[in-house]
Design a protein around this ligand. Structure first.
Ligand code: AMP
Ligand code: MG
Length: 498
């Protein structure tokens, strides 16, 4: 990670945070200003040096009391202007009405070389949008969100970042009694599709307009020049969402709760709950235990992302003008998704060119994975190690397949395709290793780290962070972390409770 911010703010500490406030300058109907609730006897669980460097914060402050005080919400930096934002959304396809930051406080934004970065506490106490919730987040889900944010960043996938997790012995009741934690998230903006829906469904076009102008001026200034900037906003959000989901599909990431309140207007992955990474491949896998109908199953994600873009288009309709204009902005989803998938899959397969018959090669690869339930991550990683003209390196790959006939038949096609473009083994392996991760956040790994953390041993959380920040590196000393779970814990469904 480039140490870019430090020179800009040499004396920066949590005490002296150069917060500025854009969202807080919107009219008051967009949020409620209030302080986080104090977190009793807080302690540092883990912090991300690369996230800190992005905002010009020197990681040496992690050990200081001011850091823990600031990011537990107990003693905020003087320039913080904490607020909880209001939004609404469609949950599992149904209009859910008003939601909002029920357990999150936006502190303000830091100007970085790559633009504004907002800092938000999550699990920091009740707000007017808590509905029946206690405003807290448990250590378990906070560690999962923290690690996955940083793992996705390591994978090069657009995401909110996570600065730190601060724990406390405060009891929090879920299925069992757990303890509380606060995770500090960072993103240029936390505005969601549901932030627009909120005003649309209340017939409040003035606020809708204010919000759209705010997002365009701050995050998409180039769209101002377009004839219809709101239509352009929808097209841009649709395109980014299509690209994001293509990234998810190609690393086997399943979000678990793709409700419109969990979709970022910037097209970054946001709100990590019962997510999962595909292990034994099953295109219909559902990672969220509460998603009985499989609305957000792996193979449904593209369609559901498109559905969400439609919901955004509906909400922006009063600004866009006509249904036709909204539809034409949404129309890019399929081509953007398909092209991005094709680009990413070609890279994953180490193919430099695109040929008409590649669709068949890719389809038969997915059919093979489905039939054999091979580990999704290791399949691509080991595929990178094979040679075109010899099977000497096929062993690792074969081990993933209980039955070899299908694999051998597919490999014959694949090798033929590699020969066609005169693919060189070493160069292809280097290119494939740079885009096929060796390490992803497998559920059983997160679970072990969580259990240790629950008895105050944070070493495993910290170890996973360092591994997952460099998922493409070989790290031979960490080979065990590349392995699928031994039992069937891999494709566990995770409970929504957090
Ligand atoms: P999620 O499904 O986590 O994206 O949350 C949906 C909505 O429920 C959001 O408005 C959250 O702020 C709210 N929420 C979830 N858990 C809690 C909680 N423990 N306390 C208050 N609000 C919550
Ligand atoms: Mg949410």
């Amino acid at each position: 990670m480039k140490n870019s911010g430090i020179s800009a703010f040499p004396a920066l500490s949590p005490e002296n945070f150069p917060f500025v406030h854009s969202f807080a300058n919107l009219p008051e109907s967009f949020y409620t200003r209030l302080n986080p609730e104090p977190l009793p006897s807080p302690y540092l669980v883990c912090a991300s040096d690369s996230a800190a460097l992005l905002i010009g914060l020197d990681p040496s402050v992690f050990a200081k009391a001011e850091f823990i005080d600031a990011f537990s919400g107990n003693r905020l930096p003087p320039q913080a202007l904490p607020l909880a934002a209001v939004y609404s959304g469609h949950q599992f396809g149904e209009w859910a009405g008003q939601l909002g930051d029920g357990r999150a406080h936006l502190l303000g934004e830091v100007q970085t070389e790559s633009g504004p970065m907002e800092l938000q506490l999550k699990g920091s106490g009740q707000t007017p949008y808590s509905r029946m919730g206690d405003g807290r987040a448990v250590l378990r889900s906070s560690i999962r969100e923290f690690l996955c944010c940083e793992a996705m960043a390591g994978l090069g996938i657009p995401t909110t970042r996570a600065l730190c997790v601060i724990g406390s012995d405060l009891p929090v009741a879920r299925e069992t009694v757990e303890t509380a934690a606060v995770v500090t998230r960072m993103a240029p903006s936390f505005v969601r599709f549901g932030s627009f829906e909120h005003w649309y469904y209340r017939d409040r076009n003035d606020e809708l307009n204010v919000l759209a102008d705010f997002v365009i001026n701050r995050h998409y200034p180039q769209l101002r020049e377009q004839t219809n900037p709101y239509q352009a906003l929808l097209a841009e959000a649709t395109k980014r969402t299509a690209h994001l989901v293509a990234h998810w599909q190609t690393v086997g990431f399943m979000h678990g709760v793709m409700n419109t309140d969990n979709m970022s207007i910037l097209g970054v992955t946001i709100d990590y709950g019962p997510f999962g990474f595909m292990e034994a491949f099953d295109s219909q896998h559902i990672c969220n235990h509460s998603d009985r109908l499989g609305r957000y199953a792996y193979n449904m994600q593209p369609q559901m992302a498109h559905w969400n873009c439609h919901a955004l288009g509906q909400a922006l309709l009063p600004l866009i003008g006509t249904v036709e204009d909204a539809q034409s902005a949404l129309a890019c989803f399929s081509t953007e998704f398909t092209n991005k998938m094709s680009e990413l899959l070609h890279a994953k397969l180490g193919l430099r060119s695109r040929q008409p018959e590649d669709g068949e090669l890719i389809e038969s690869m997915f059919a093979l994975l489905q039939a054999s339930r091979a580990d999704f991550t290791l399949f691509f990683r080991h595929l990178g190690g094979i040679k075109v003209e010899s099977a000497v390196n096929d062993e690792l790959l074969r081990k993933l397949f209980p039955e070899h006939a299908g694999l051998e038949a597919w490999l014959a096609l694949y090798r033929q395709r590699l020969r066609q473009e005169n693919s060189q083994d070493e160069a292809r392996m280097a290119a494939m290793n740079a885009c096929n991760p060796k390490y992803v956040l497998r559920n059983h790994m997160a679970q072990i780290a969580i259990e240790k953390a629950q008895s105050k041993d944070f070493s495993e959380v910290r170890k996973l962070l360092t591994i997952l920040q460099h998922p493409f590196d070989d790290q031979p000393e960490n080979n065990g972390y590349a392995e699928p779970s031994r039992d069937d814990a891999g494709n566990l469904e995770i409970s929504c409770s957090s």
